[in-house]
Design a protein around this ligand. Sequence first.
Ligand code: RIB
Ligand code: CA
Length: 317
Amino acid sequence: MNEKIRLIIDTDPGQDDAAAILMAHGLAKRGLIDFMALTVVAGNVSLHHTATNARIICDWAGETGFPVYAGAGKPLLRPLVTAEEVHGKTGLDGAELHDPQCPLQPVHAVPYLIDTLRKAEEASITLCPIGPLTNIAQAISLAPDIVRGIKNIVLMGGNYFEAGNVTPAAEFNFYVDPHAAQIVLQSGAPITVLPLDVTHKACITTPRMDVLRKQNNTNGKRLANILQSYERFDTQKFGLEGGPLHDPCAIACAVFPELFSGKSCRVDVETQSELTMGACVVDWWGSTGKPANAYWVTDVDADAMFRELADSIRELP
Ligand code: RIB
Ligand code: CA
């Protein structure tokens, strides 16, 4: 049995984040990961809502004592851009919300990340950022030595072969904080990127939603309802067969990398031009001669990935 992956998720919940977080709690119950904590960032909605939503989702998983740390309320340099039109005013349209029982930790996410990674054994912790990269960039900028404790950064963000989903050029997480994305990509940490190029190939179709609905547990039905509400934006805008499971792709790739494929490349993020702000330049053919700084994922066995999502959700109440 391989050693359990020690996982911290950095998140801006967000409906697809909810799927990813519930999947991680299910993977922990399957004995496949040591799910350490959630660090929260502003993105899909404001930090107030993303932090509250992270706590609510942990309550849903029956983990009312799970460590949740609030982090950055705005990007490093740019004004915050949110996505209520996709995720709803609260960020969790499609679900009944409650006042969370799960507490917010009194420590800010960035010092938590620095302290935890400094104390960790070399290359022992996997970070899964699934929102704007502000917290991760702040931690690495303040304490570059923490890269030593990172086994891999498996992040959802960016686009190259697919057009952007927030501007023609850029994906939402990288658009919201392009400076943070560029800092993380140049940090020297091992990085795996799950861009729109692959997440648009892993959509929540009606048959897949039915699989969740037929699980005789509350979270199966709840997640199907959330993803049903979420899918309308992407199906209308991109003509996809369902809402893309962006954030669950990052969790699945961290735990089941054999379901994904791509290429090690040099990746840079545009931080100057307003026209292409947040766009990724992926040196797919090695034209620059610069060393690769990321594994850029382009393909997924979507059926197998969804099976792992469903099997994990089935472990929850
Ligand atoms: O572009 C998709 C990404 O932006 C996902 O992480 C979604 O939750 C939003 O954060
Ligand atoms: Ca997200």
